[in-house]
Design a protein around this ligand. Structure first.
Ligand code: HEC
Length: 102
């Protein structure tokens, strides 16, 4: 799922690409905004954001077709693979967080 939907921009190892695609590895942005993560995946994100000290001002398209289960799986895959050190996100939490951007 991650490789299909995300790696095209953020790369397979999550390091991103220069000043266009921010990194997802140990991203301070992800960790500080963990409650918005499900919505970022679902709706995308645009506008100026600072990730690990670098400012990005691009646009990420949303993934409207993804179900809450798939979004939850992507989040937990990334938490594990990129060492965020967060507790696994339960499906009911992902659904709750998705209400922030309904
Ligand atoms: C078409 C390219 C593209 C794809 C595909 C994409 N992103 Fe992004 N992503 C971006 C861009 C560009 C930004 C920065 C947006 C901005 O400047 O506001 C971003 C920002 C982010 C951020 C917030 C900043 C950070 O680095 O922590 C997260 C989290 C994120 N993407 C996760 C994902 C996940 C998970 C997927 C797969 C479901 C994904 N992205 C797919 C281009 C993409």
């Amino acid at each position: 799922m991650y490789e299909f939907h995300c790696a095209g921009c953020h790369l397979e190892d999550g390091t991103g690409l220069g000043e266009i695609y921010p990194p997802l590895t140990k991203s301070d942005y992800v960790i500080e905004n963990i409650k918005d993560f499900a919505c970022i995946i679902s709706k995308g994100i645009r506008g100026p954001i600072t990730v690990d000290g670098i400012e990005y001002n691009e646009e990420m398209p949303g993934n409207k077709g993804l179900t809450p289960v798939e979004i939850s799986n992507i989040i937990n895959y990334m938490n594990h693979t990129f060492d965020y050190g967060l507790a696994p996100q339960q499906l009911h939490e992902t659904k709750e967080y998705l209400k922030r951007c309904e």
